[in-house]
Design a protein around this ligand. Structure first.
Ligand code: CP
Ligand code: NVA
Length: 303
C-alpha cells in the first residue's frame, strides 16, 4: 500500500513526477478543463488541529477531480483514545478510498498506516509537513524556472515545515541553510537520516541570519511557536526575536531574493507586514500551489 507520510520516502524521480503532474493540473485548472480522475472516490479528512489551507485545498481539490470528501473532526473520531488506531484504520478503510490526516503525534500516522488498507496522507504532524514541502519546491521551480542549484535559507524554527523543506530541497539539488537560535535546530536523528537517505553532504546550519541569507535565492520562514507548543510561546518570542524576516534582513540578501512562508503568518513576529505585502513575497503563490500538488498526490495514490 502506497502512503504519503514523509517526503524522505520518495525518490527524486517520484518528486519530479508529482511536480510535473501538479504543473499540468494547475494549467488544466486555469483553462477550466474538467477532470474526473477521482470520480466515485471518497477521501476522508481527519483534523486534530486547526487548518485553513490544507483542509480547504484538499476539499476543493477532491471536488475538482470529481470525487467526494468527508471532513472528520479529530475530537469526534477520537484517534487512539475512542478506540485503538488499528481498530479505527481497519474500520474506516472500508468506507473511504484514502485518508488525509493532520495529527499531533507523527506516530499516529505510522500506527494507522500499519493497519490501513487505503492510502494515508500526512496533512501535517509534529514531525513533518510533506504536502507543504511539495508545494514549496514547486514554487521554487516556478519562481526560478529550475530549482537545482538554488539556495533556500530557512530563518526560524527547525520544525515540521523546515524538515520537509530541507528534504525536498536536498532531493532536488537545492542548497538548504537553517538559521536558528542554539537549541532550535534539527536533532541528531534527523541529521543522520538526512545524510543516509537524502544527501551525504547534508545541509548548513548557522546561528547568524545575515550569514544565512547572504547568497539566498529564497528566504523562508514559519511561525516560531507551532501548534501544540503554545506553552513555550513567551520563551520562543524572546529567543527568536533576532530571527525576524524584515526589510533589514531582506536587504542583506541578493536583490532577486524572494520570501516564502507556509502560512498562517504571525505578522510582527517571524515576518513583518512590509515583507509580507512587498514585492518579494511569494507566500500566496505558494499557498495556491497547495491545491495542485495535493491533487497530484491523490491521483498518484489512487489512480
Ligand atoms: N500551511 C498550512 O498547512 O496551512 P494550514 O495550517 O492553514 O492548513
Ligand atoms: N509549523 C507550523 C506550521 C503550520 C502550517 C505548525 O505546525 O503549527
Amino acid at each position: 500500500m502506497k502512503h504519503f507520510l514523509n517526503l524522505i520516502d520518495l525518490s527524486p524521480d517520484a518528486i519530479c513526477h508529482l511536480l510535473a503532474e501538479a504543473a499540468r493540473l494547475k494549467a488544466d485548472h486555469a483553462r477550466r478543463v474538467r477532470a474526473d480522475s477521482l470520480a466515485g472516490r471518497v477521501v476522508g479528512l481527519v483534523f486534530e488541529k486547526p487548518s485553513l489551507r490544507t483542509r480547504v485545498s484538499f476539499e476543493s481539490g477532491v471536488a475538482q477531480l470529481g470525487g467526494t470528501s468527508l471532513y472528520l473532526p479529530g475530537n469526534e473520531v477520537g484517534l487512539g483514545w475512542r478506540e485503538t488506531l488499528a481498530d479505527f484504520a481497519r474500520t474506516v478503510s472500508q468506507y473511504v478510498d484514502a485518508l488525509v490526516l493532520r495529527v499531533y503525534r507523527h506516530q499516529t500516522l505510522d500506527g494507522l498506516a500499519a493497519h490501513s488498507s487505503v492510502p494515508i496522507v500526512n496533512a501535517l504532524s509534529d514531525w513533518s509537513h510533506p504536502c507543504q514541502g511539495l508545494a514549496d519546491v514547486l514554487t521554487v521551480r516556478e519562481l526560478f524556472g529550475k530549482e537545482a542549484g538554488r539556495t533556500v535559507a530557512f530563518v526560524g524554527d527547525g520544525n515540521n515545515v523546515a524538515r520537509s523543506l530541507a528534504v525536498g530541497c536536498g532531493k532536488l539539488g537545492v542548497r538548504f541553510v537553517l538559521a536558528c537560535p542554539p537549541g532550535y535546530g534539527f536533532d541528531d536523528a534527523f541529521r543522520a537520516e538526512y545524510r543516509a537517505r537524502v544527501s551525504a553532504d547534508g545541509f548548513a546550519e548557522v546561528a547568524d541570519p545575515a550569514a544565512a541569507v547572504r547568497d539566498a535565492d529564497v528566504i523562508y520562514t514559519d511561525v516560531w511557536t507551532s501548534m501544540g507548543q503554545e506553552a513555550e510561546r513567551e520563551e520562543r518570542l524572546r529567543r527568536f526575536a533576532p530571527y525576524q524576516v524584515n526589510a533589514g534582513l531582506l536587504a542583506k540578501a541578493p536583490a532577486h531574493c524572494r520570501v516564502m512562508h507556509c502560512l498562517p503568518a504571525h505578522r510582527g513576529e517571524e515576518v513583518t507586514d512590509e515583507v509580507m505585502d512587498g514585492p518579494a513575497c511569494a507566500a500566496f503563490q505558494q499557498a495556491g500551489n497547495r491545491l495542485h500538488t495535493q491533487k497530484a498526490v491523490l491521483e498518484w495514490l489512487l489512480k
